[in-house]
Design a protein around this ligand. Structure first.
Ligand code: GDP
Length: 464
């Protein structure tokens, strides 16, 4: 009886699965971007605005959706995206920014949709599931490591450290170490910590390319041997030496950390949004912009059809059908500047497609603010009228800012050497750290945003 029961339940489960696959399509939407790009805020506001669609006029399927609701996600072992806590941080009486993405998480949002046309009334409602997968962009960039040996990666990482002022103290620590000596964990740990500290300050100063990604966002691997290594200059090293051990750990990192992430999460994505703090990079200066351009190409290269499958010898990788590159935090600048920000993103995307030799998915670039924290004003200043944004600063005071203008021609930012100027967005951008504004929402309204509806339309509008 027990066996019969189990078989019966097994068949039921399979039937549920088949039923879902046939009649309830699932869209897996990846959300990525480097740390602080705005992933957590984006997902929280997107979900809130898909649940209550009052502020989503450009999202086509909005009117056909009769219900939207959160459901248990299909993957039992992936942490759930903590939507409720993040939303209450943003929309409580003392609004504050939620905790940022540190690892992979997932959330399922389901829609009931009235089919279009005459048959609409007859065929009943359709169900479509949207599985949102949040993951650090730093982890995505690790794909490039899979094709490199320890020696190749070391050479590149040491060159980068030499070219960046943040790398000085790591290189000093490295000079004091003899890597042919017998491996000793305290030496390994000190060197690796110094390397990690360099990567972190390089990231904080606007550099995008800082692999290995888990050195910045270790997740549950913090302190483990697989994250305790650093690049070393090439050279012969005997068995049992620090050099050999670091090489072994680098290979373990690829095998035990990078590969499972791509196999379990990345390879199943259908649609992808890549969030980019382009304003932050532009403010940080030409080196950060140059780094961002290279990183965008590296990110796009990870989506080259079949690439992950080839590198990882994985079968059955989905084809990612659409990729959106979005500059976030557009509420830091007046809307008169938005077309310029979008033009910069478009130029960078075009270039990234060329650099990555990318074909396949359809791509788009835009600028948005997932949660609008400012209002716009035009002020008179020394006989000129200035387009400013006003918001609540971190000290709790209201203030208006004019961060300067972006160039009309993107090449002024993308090729500063040829065009002269190399500083855009002046000093006041530095202090433009806004708190989320207090919200009073009418029934059916999600939080205020800029072009979140357009982003949703591009990413999933055609699938609903
Ligand atoms: P993550 O690391 O990619 O998850 O980034 P978060 O979503 O945590 O965002 C990082 C920070 O960027 C937030 O704490 C905010 O300060 C800021 N931010 C993100 N989105 C917006 C936005 O739409 N408007 C404004 N003004 N700030 C934003």
């Amino acid at each position: 009886n027990d066996i019969a029961d189990r078989i019966f339940r097994g068949v039921e489960t399979v039937q549920d699965g088949v039923h879902e696959a046939l009649f309830e399509p699932v869209i897996r939407l990846g959300v990525t971007g480097l740390s602080r790009a705005g992933k957590t805020v984006f997902i929280t506001s997107l979900v809130a605005n898909l649940l209550d669609r009052g502020r989503m006029p450009q999202f086509g399927p909005g009117t056909a959706i009769t219900a939207a609701y959160l459901q248990p996600q299909p993957d039992d072992t992936v942490p759930r995206f903590d939507y409720e806590s993040h939303l209450s941080a943003l929309s409580g009486p003392e609004p504050h920014w939620p905790e940022s993405t540190r690892a992979v998480s997932e959330l399922r949002l389901s829609f009931k949709i009235r089919p279009a046309g005459l048959l609409g009334g007859l065929t009943g409602l359709r169900t479509v599931h949207l599985d949102i997968v949040d993951y650090p962009g730093e982890w995505l960039l690790d794909l490039g490591l899979m094709e490199k040996s320890y020696a190749e990666w070391s050479a590149e990482a040491l060159e980068a450290a030499g070219a960046r002022s943040e790398g000085a103290s790591f290189l000093e620590a490295l000079a004091a170490v003899d890597a042919t000596e017998k491996h000793a964990e305290p030496v390994a740990k000190t060197l690796s910590q110094s390397f990690t500290a360099y990567l972190q300050s390089a990231r904080a100063n606007g550099y995008s390319d800082c692999t290995p990604g888990r050195f910045l966002l270790p997740g549950e691997l913090d302190g483990s041997p697989v994250l305790t290594f650093a690049p070393l200059p090439a050279g012969e090293a005997p068995r049992g030496s620090l050099h050999r051990e670091f090489e072994r750990r680098f290979e373990a990192y690829k095998r035990e950390v990078v590969k499972p992430f791509f196999r379990d999460h990345f390879s199943r994505i259908d649609r992808q949004i890549v969030l980019v703090d382009a304003l932050g990079a532009i403010h940080a200066g030409p080196k950060a912009v140059e780094d961002l351009r290279r990183t965008m190409a590296d990110i796009l290269a990870a989506f080259r059809p079949g690439r992950v499958g080839r590198i990882m010898s994985l079968l059955g990788q989905h084809k990612v059908e659409k990729i959106l590159f979005a500059a976030t935090k557009a509420d830091h600048i007046h809307h008169s500047q938005h077309p310029r920000l979008t033009a910069i993103m478009e130029a960078m995307l075009r270039e990234a497609r060329d650099r990555a030799d990318f074909a396949g998915a359809s791509t788009m670039a835009m600028s948005l603010a997932a949660l609008r924290a400012t209002v716009e004003e035009t002020m008179e200043h020394e006989g000129q009228s200035l387009d400013v944004v006003r918001g609540t600063t971190e000290t709790g005071k209201q203030a208006a800012f004019y961060p300067g203008e972006l160039p009309e021609d993107p090449s002024h930012i993308l090729s500063p050497a040829r065009k002269g100027a190399d500083k855009w967005l002046d000093g006041s951008y530095e202090v433009m750290k806004f708190r989320p504004a207090k919200l009073t929402l009418r029934p059916g309204e999600g939080p205020p945003h800029i072009r979140l509806d357009r982003a949703a339309e591009f990413l999933i509008g055609d699938k609903l």
